[in-house]
Design a protein around this ligand. Structure first.
Ligand SMILES: [Zn+2]
Length: 196
């Protein structure tokens, strides 16, 4: 297994539509395994292939919370085949939009159809955080980020800040300074919303 570099916004690859996979073969399983390892290391509870620069319709998830424990989930070609009329608002974060969180309104319950790691078709009813997470990840496959669900004003503010952080990091690297993000991680609030 290997850790893959996670792409952060703004990046044109995060805005592209990913292609369906033809079959779940050994090569795709390798990608799934690498994505899962990358997600654990981040750490995050969900990851979509375009977040590691691969434009294939593949997502991985593992939610381990008091209210929901999913175990590891691998989904190829996931699609929402049913969604509740009832909506819910959840504070979302994203590994590709680091350090920013925002309330996003989505259907509270969904049923997702996908091919599992063995290539078998599955239908799964999702509620709570799992429903939010699955919809967030499928959005990635369509080139949509959670910040596309919030006001343009707030979205542009976040994108500007991300660009600023990137420029600072590039300058620090050029000057051989230590990584500022690592210092920040130390006192990061552990209770903040999960990155997906
Ligand atoms: Zn995300």
């Amino acid at each position: 297994m290997a850790l893959l570099p996670i792409i952060t916004a703004p990046d044109p690859r995060l805005k592209k539509k990913s292609q369906p996979v033809a079959t779940v073969d050994a090569e795709l399983r390798q990608l799934m395994d690498d994505m899962l390892e990358t997600m654990y290391a981040a750490p995050g509870i969900g990851l979509a292939a375009p977040q590691v620069g691969v434009l294939k319709r593949v997502i991985v998830l593992d939610i381990d919370r008091e209210e929901v424990k999913t175990g590891r989930l691998f989904m190829a070609n996931p699609e929402i085949i049913e969604a509740s009329d009832e909506d819910v608002s959840y504070e979302e974060g994203c590994l590709s939009v680091p350090e920013h969180y925002s309330e996003v309104v989505r259907p509270a319950n969904v049923t997702v159809r996908y091919l599992d790691r063995d290539g078998k078709q599955q239908d799964m009813k999702c509620e709570g955080l799992l429903a939010t997470c699955v919809q967030h990840e499928i959005d990635h496959l369509d080139g949509i980020l959670f910040i596309d669900h919030i006001s343009a004003l707030k979205r542009n503010m976040i994108l500007r800040k991300l660009l600023k952080v990137r420029k600072e990091k590039e300058r620090d690297e050029a000057e051989g300074k230590p990584d500022r993000a690592k210092d920040k991680d130390k006192d990061k609030d552990k209770e903040s919303a999960p990155a997906i």
